[in-house]
Design a protein. Structure first.
Length: 287
């Protein structure tokens, strides 16, 4: 019987169709490991990370392709990698040959040979010194990336801010074109689902919400939409006065709602003075 915690999986972008094929002997916890590193922007696969940053988590799914024995993992993973590479839909970096020791059971003779080969191997003093120097160069101040990691006053950008012009230029370089913004607004007005808009236009969820919140109105002359919400009808003055008179007589709100054929909420709005300024009526009804 196949182990239900060992097998081949894929992370699939439901918008583009691209996939990352992988193998694991811990399928139950593997999804959380991937989502955690992607969320923190430090996933080992940069292709997948860039796509995740662009489209958002909502556009990705974790799918188990098959369960198998540990010794079968590499063979099956290579099959799916080859398949997606052929389709031009692969996130996998190592495409030519999947090389993993998972599931390999070595014979006693092989283990003895490996053990004998490693016994008695000692680095010379010169080699140790070279290793030490290389480590210092990578992790210390000689590393070219070191300065970019400095914080506080040691950071070369400390105390500096972008000008309004530079901020505008930075914003405009990544600005969504006007036609696509209008498409988003029209689809929102037609009550289209956000996920449907993401799939159709190939954009991120964040972009849709930016358009909905009016972010792009500062850059373009765009039409205003109500996004499918019915406009609140204003109650005419005569009905407002009639409701106020009924309230004066102590008539229950439910009865007023039935008699005037308006919602209970509308009666409460009249009672709380919503129409006072609109129609220059008396102050809020307090009885």
């Amino acid at each position: 019987m196949k182990k239900l915690n060992c097998g081949i999986y894929q992370i699939r972008n439901i918008v583009t169709g691209f996939c990352l094929a992988g193998q694991s002997m811990r399928l139950k916890i593997r999804p959380n490991e991937h989502w955690g590193t992607l969320r923190n922007n430090n996933h080992w696969n940069q292709y997948l990370q860039n796509s995740y940053n662009k489209h958002g988590k909502e556009c990705f799914v974790f799918e188990i392709l098959l369960y198998c024995e540990p010794e079968e993992l590499t063979r099956y993973e290579q099959f799916f990698v080859n398949k997606y590479v052929a389709l031009g839909l692969s996130y996998n970096i190592c495409r030519e040959c999947v090389d993993s020791p998972k599931g390999i059971i070595r014979s006693l003779e092989t283990k003895r040979k490996m053990s004998r080969a490693s016994k008695g191997r000692i680095h010379t003093p010169e080699t140790i010194e070279k290793i030490s120097k290389n480590h210092a160069n990578v992790s210390g101040e000689n590393n070219p990336m070191y300065k970019s990691c400095q914080q506080g006053k040691n950071n070369p950008f400390y105390g500096k801010t972008h000008t309004k012009e530079s901020k505008k230029q930075m914003s405009e370089t990544s600005l969504l074109d006007k036609e696509k913004v209008i498409q988003i607004l029209q689809m929102l007005d037609e009550k289209k689902d956000v996920l449907e808009i993401i799939k159709k236009l190939g954009i991120s969820r964040n972009t849709v919400y930016k358009a909905k919140r009016g972010y792009y109105h500062q850059f373009y002359d765009l039409p205003k939409y109500n996004f499918g919400k019915p406009k609140t009808k204003r109650l005419d003055k005569e009905k407002v006065i009639l409701i106020l008179k009924m309230l004066d007589k102590g008539m229950p709100i439910k009865n007023i709602s039935k008699k005037i054929e308006v919602g209970i909420t509308t009666v409460y709005r009249v009672k709380n003075g919503f129409y006072n300024k609109i129609y220059e009526l008396r102050q809020k009804y307090d009885k």
